[in-house]
Design a protein around this ligand. Structure first.
Ligand code: BTN
Length: 247
């Protein structure tokens, strides 16, 4: 049984994750969903900024109270990843892929990002989706895309947010009741870059290898030229090494 969603809508907030965590502190139930039309301090992973244009993006955070060991909390971003990938694919986005750990791509460009933040027993699963942007600031233009740019059609931002929230809560409940492997298998079907040579910056070191998948703890598996399989727990960046001759 999934928790039901209760939506809390805001015009402008600094970050929907802050609001969800504050609601968590005040005892709000699992399944509370914060949605905003605009964020003034939207944040991404690794202290990066998350840019948005008012009314053009899904900006949402789902409050969960995951009764799982701390080591399993990162799996929530993967649960969210499959829910977002399914939702944007159902809107007609072509070539939807999940780039480890939690970017959602369409035709190789980022259409959505996920940021999970925790406090005590509460987790805010923050999701940003570029929906109706016709263009992006210069610094994002080569790497970002929107559902509009990919499908040629404008879409209802609130409808997409509802679809994602319902998919996420249903997938989360499947994870809690049946374990993670089903979600991991769906995630792997979307996985970007499998079989391709990549350079991964992790903890200041650059590791090279063939992207081979994820393991049951969501570590990235890289097949090194020695034949060893390297497990990467966290990374600052992953780039495909086109034309590299090492493998
Ligand atoms: C990333 O790609 O680095 C993650 C981006 C996550 C952005 C979303 S937008 C809604 C929620 N509130 C935030 O401040 N961040 C997340």
């Amino acid at each position: 049984m999934s928790a039901s969603c209760v939506f809390h809508r805001f015009d402008e907030v600094e970050s929907t994750n802050d609001i969800a965590l504050e609601m968590g502190r005040r005892g709000a139930p699992e399944g509370s969903v914060v949605v905003a039309r605009k964020q003034t301090k939207g944040r991404g992973r690794l202290g990066r900024e998350w840019w948005d244009e008012k009314d053009a993006s899904v900006l949402m955070s789902v409050l969960l109270r995951p009764d799982v060991p701390a080591v399993d909390v990162p799996k929530l971003a993967f649960v969210a990843g499959v829910a977002v990938a399914d939702a944007v694919a159902s809107m007609g986005c072509p070539d939807v892929a999940l780039k480890w750990p939690n970017d959602v791509l369409a035709r190789g460009k980022k259409v959505s990002g996920i940021l999970v933040e925790c406090e005590n027993d509460a987790a805010a699963v923050g999701i940003g989706v570029n929906v109706n942007q016709a263009s992006f600031p210069e610094e994002l233009a080569s790497t970002a895309t929107s559902v509009l740019l990919e499908t040629g059609n404008r879409h209802d931002v609130n409808e997409l947010a509802s679809r994602i929230a319902m998919g996420l809560l249903s997938d989360y409940s499947a994870y809690l009741s049946r374990g993670f492997e089903e979600i991991a298998a769906r995630w792997r079907k979307y996985m970007w870059g499998v079989g391709q040579a990549a350079s991964v910056c992790t903890g200041g070191e650059t590791v090279r290898g063939i992207i081979a998948g994820i393991d049951s703890q969501c570590c990235l598996l890289l097949l090194e030229c020695s034949g060893a399989v390297r497990k990467v727990v966290a990374a600052e960046s992953i780039c495909l090494s086109h034309g590299q001759q090492d493998f």
